[in-house]
Write a protein that binds this ligand. Structure first.
Ligand SMILES: Cc1ncc(C[n+]2csc(CCOP(=O)(O)OP(=O)(O)O)c2C)c(N)n1
Length: 348
C-alpha cells in the first residue's frame, strides 16, 4: 500500500501520472478486499467503481466540486481517498463510519444517500444553486444502470435537460443491480454497448484525439459524422439526446487513463452531459459462482438472522448446484410462507 498509505486528502493525487493512478487503483482494490474480508460490506459495487472515484478526485477540485453517489454503496474508494482510510476499517460498525455517504461525516460527501435514484435530482439542485450564486462549481452524479431505472432518476434527467444546467452524469453500467438487470432500459443500454459499428467509430475517434489544430478539426468532423451516422442508424443513441443531454461513451470505466482523459475533457463542456461507462462489478475478486445455493435453502422456520436461535448455518462447501436468480429464490420462499387463500381455488 505504498501510495495509498500516504494519501489523506484527494488533492494529493492531482499531480499523479497515469502509472501512479493505476497503482493507486490496485492498492485501493486490495485494501477494500482486505477490509471487507474482516468486515463485510458492499464490496462488488465499490470494486467496480474504483477508477470512477479516483478519476473524479484527480480531475475535479473536490470538495468544492460536488460528487453525488447514487445509493452510495459504491463509494468505498471515495471514502478511503477522502481522509477515511483508517476509519474504513470500522465501516458500518457501531461507532464506525457509515457504509453510505453522509454529510455530517465528511465535506466530501455532498449528499446523504442510501436510497436509490436520487443522485441526478440532488446534483441538479446543487448545480442550479451554484449557478444562482454565480459560483463556478462542477457537479457530478454517479448512477448505476439499476438505479437509473427508478422514476426519480428520470425526473432528474427530464429536469436537467430542460434547465440546461451544468451537470455531468456518469452512468456506471455494469449490467447488474442487486441481481441481473431486466427491462427495456437494460436492453437499450446493452444495444448501445454492443453496437460494433459504434464501438469501431468510437475507438478511431479517441485514438485520434490529441494536440494540434488539424487534429482538433478532424476530431470535430469525425464526431459529427459519428453522430449523424448514429442518428441515421435508428433510435439506438437517441434516448439521452432526446432528454437534452449530450451523450458520450460507452467507454471503459475501469481504465483509469480513459477515465481521467474523458473527465478532463467533459469538465470543459457546459450544459447537461452524460458519460456512459462500462465497468465490471466486483472487479479484482475471483469470479463469482455462476450458480446460486439450492437445496440448501433453509426452511422458512430457520431463515432468520445469523444470531437468531434455530438458524442453520450453510457452509460454503454445502452450497452448490444451479438455481434460479436470488429474486426468484426470495419470492418463492416468501410465497411458500404465505397462507393459502381463504377462498376455494378454482378447478384447473
Ligand atoms: C428507493 C430504493 N429502492 C431500492 C433500493 C435497493 N437498492 C440498493 S442498490 C440498488 C441498485 C443497484 O444497482 P445499480 O444502480 O446498477 O448499482 P451497482 O450496484 O450495480 O453498482 C437498489 C435498487 C434502494 N437503496 N433504494
Amino acid at each position: 500500500m505504498a501510495l495509498l498509505e500516504t494519501i489523506d486528502d484527494p488533492a494529493q493525487i492531482r499531480d499523479f501520472d497515469n502509472e501512479q493512478l493505476q497503482q493507486l487503483c490496485e492498492e485501493l482494490r486490495q485494501y477494500i478486499i482486505q477490509c471487507c474480508a474482516e468486515n463485510p460490506g458492499h464490496i462488488g459495487a465499490s470494486l467496480g467503481a474504483v477508477e470512477i472515484a479516483v478519476a473524479i478526485h484527480k480531475v475535479f477540485d473536490t470538495p468544492r466540486d460536488k460528487v453525488v453517489w447514487d445509493v452510495g454503496h459504491q463509494a468505498y474508494a471515495h471514502k478511503i481517498l477522502t481522509g477515511r482510510r483508517e476509519a474504513f476499517k470500522q465501516n458500518r460498525k457501531y461507532h464506525g463510519i457509515s457504509g453510505f455517504p453522509r454529510r455530517d461525516e465528511s465535506p466530501y460527501d455532498s449528499f446523504g444517500t442510501g436510497h436509490s435514484s436520487t443522485s441526478i435530482s440532488a446534483a441538479l439542485g446543487m448545480a442550479v444553486g451554484a449557478q444562482l450564486e454565480g459560483k463556478k462549481e462542477h457537479v457530478i452524479a454517479v448512477i448505476g444502470d439499476g438505479a437509473l431505472t427508478g422514476g426519480l432518476a428520470f425526473e432528474g434527467l427530464n429536469n436537467a435537460g430542460s434547465l440546461k444546467a451544468d451537470l455531468l452524469v456518469i452512468l456506471n453500467d455494469n449490467q447488474i443491480a442487486i441481481d441481473d438487470n431486466i427491462g427495456a432500459l437494460h436492453n437499450y443500454l446493452l444495444k448501445v454497448t454492443t453496437d460494433q459499428r459504434y464501438n469501431r467509430l468510437k475507438k478511431s475517434i479517441w485514438d485520434r484525439l490529441g494536440a494540434g489544430k488539424v487534429r482538433k478539426w478532424l476530431q470535430r468532423m469525425i464526431k459529427s459524422t459519428k453522430r449523424n451516422l448514429i442518428k441515421q442508424g435508428g433510435d439506438t443513441f437517441s434516448l439521452f439526446d432526446a432528454l437534452g443531454f449530450r451523450y458520450f461513451g460507452p467507454v471503459d470505466g475501469n481504465d483509469i487513463a480513459t477515465m481521467t482523459y474523458m473527465l478532463g475533457r467533459l469538465k470543459e463542456i457546459p450544459g447537461p452531459k452524460l458519460l456512459h461507462v462500462v465497468t465490471t462489478k466486483g472487479k479484482g475478486m475471483p469470479p463469482p459462482r455462476k450458480t446460486r445455493p439450492s437445496g440448501t435453502l433453509p426452511a422458512p422456520s430457520t431463515w432468520r438472522p445469523a444470531s437468531a436461535p434455530g438458524r442453520k448455518a450453510t457452509s460454503p462447501s454445502s452450497r452448490k448446484c444451479s438455481a434460479p436468480p436470488c429474486s426468484t429464490w426470495r419470492g418463492k420462499t416468501a410465497a411458500s410462507w404465505a397462507s393459502p387463500p381463504p377462498w376455494p381455488r378454482a378447478a384447473a
